[in-house]
Structure formats: C-alpha cells, structure tokens
Design a protein around this ligand. Sequence first.
Ligand code: FPP
Length: 246
Amino acid sequence: MCASEIARPRHIAIIMDGNGRWAKQRGRPRAAGHQAGFRTTRDIVEACGRQQIEALTLFAFSSENWKRPQTEVGLLMDLFLRALKSEVSKLCENNVRIRFIGERSAFQPKLQSEMNTAEKLTQDNTGLKLTIAVNYGGRWDIVNAARQLAAQVHSGDLEPDAIDIDLFSQHVSLADLIEPDLFIRTGGEKRISNYLLWHLAYTELYFTDVLWPDFTEVELTSALAFYAGRQRRFGQTGEQVTGTNA
Ligand code: FPP
C-alpha cells in the first residue's frame, strides 16, 4: 500500500444497539426507538454505498431477542415487514444486494416470503452486499456447520481429517464474503453478544457510546478513521507487517 493510501474496511459488521434507551431518554415508547433505529439503518446503508464499502452485515434480531416482551417482538416483526416492503425498490435503485442469515423458518410465512422476494429482486445487483442477521446466533451458526460436516462424515463422503479451518469456513453463514474487517457496536456495551463468533477472529473492534438512532455518517467516518489507524498483524510482528527490521 502506498503511504498516502488510507486503509478502508471492505466488510463492516454492526450491532445496532441503543434504540430502547434512545426512546426512554425522550420519554417515548420503545417502538419509537426502533422506528428511529430503522431510519438510521437506511441512512447507514446509503452511506456505506457512498463510501464504497463492499459488504455490510447488520444484527437486526438475535436468537435471544425472542425473550423480549411479546408486544416488542410483534412490533419488531411488523417493522421488518413494513421496511422490506417499502425499501426493496430503493435498494434496487442503489444497486444493493440484500440477503438474510439466521434461522428464518421461525418467522411468520409472510415475513419469510418478503425476505425471499427481496433476495430475488436484488440478487443481480453489483453494489453493496447487505446482509441482515435475523434470528441469528454465532453459536447456532457454528453448530449448524458442524452438523453439516458430521452428516458428510456419516455418509462416508468426508474423512474427519479433511475438516480444517478453510472447509469449516465454507459451511458457516457468509461463506462467500471476506470476513469482516471492522466490527462496530453502538450503545456503550462492550460485548460481541453471540454475533458472528466464527468470523470475528481477526476483526478490528470499535465500540461507541452513541445510541444507534444517533449514529450518523459522521460517526461512521470516526469508525473508519479508527480502522485506518489500526495495524492488522494476523499473528505476525509489527516489523513483519511493515517490512522493517526489529
Ligand atoms: C437493539 O436496541 C436493537 C434491536 C434489537 C433491533 C434492531 C432493529 C432496528 C435497528 C430497526 C430496523 C432494522 C431493519 C433491518 C429493518 P435495544 O432495543 O436493545 O436498545 P436498548 O439496549 O437501549 O434497550
């Protein structure tokens, strides 16, 4: 890389946290926080397109979020459904390809059907690769991959010794994307919360206290500047990476 070239993440993964607190601070119902969070999601998808980010993966609903009060779960489902219907044409206009990861069979048939439609309508788009993680858990993802490989061993199609990191990577979600370079979590918590556990092994982690509805392109630019200042070593020494002698 030449000295003037600024390192940019190709793939960003985000935990969009803080919608509830944002609403509470304003004396408004949690629904208002999720609605505001949705507007931020739309803005950040557009911003990533403008900033030439190749892939963006968003955690919209974890496998643990079912434990929330039924009214909030129902409200989030309604919001996802409305968002899918209203946004798909805009995604096409912006050349965004959308896909979903997670156990989608748990969702109502009409929501599953909107997800399938959105994926089909945008599958040939060549711009931002947007992935929404819904009813997703990193442990589920790893177990799922292990189950697929175990089935191949059981049927005699695979030798246990042939299972290595590369092969395993081909069986987790997002297998066709490069691993996230940058992880962002808004809302102040410093946890991974069962997100992309396999994929985040060497990802740069950025935490901000800003609540998701307040996360703007300016905040995104701060996260990109943080990333540009990191030296990614992947187990090597700093000298090896820079090509200088110790
Ligand atoms: C976490 O905030 C947020 C969620 C569980 C839902 C995320 C959903 C959106 C951002 C809206 C729509 C997105 C799409 C893709 C249509 P929280 O409720 O846990 O906030 P808190 O920690 O302040 O309570």
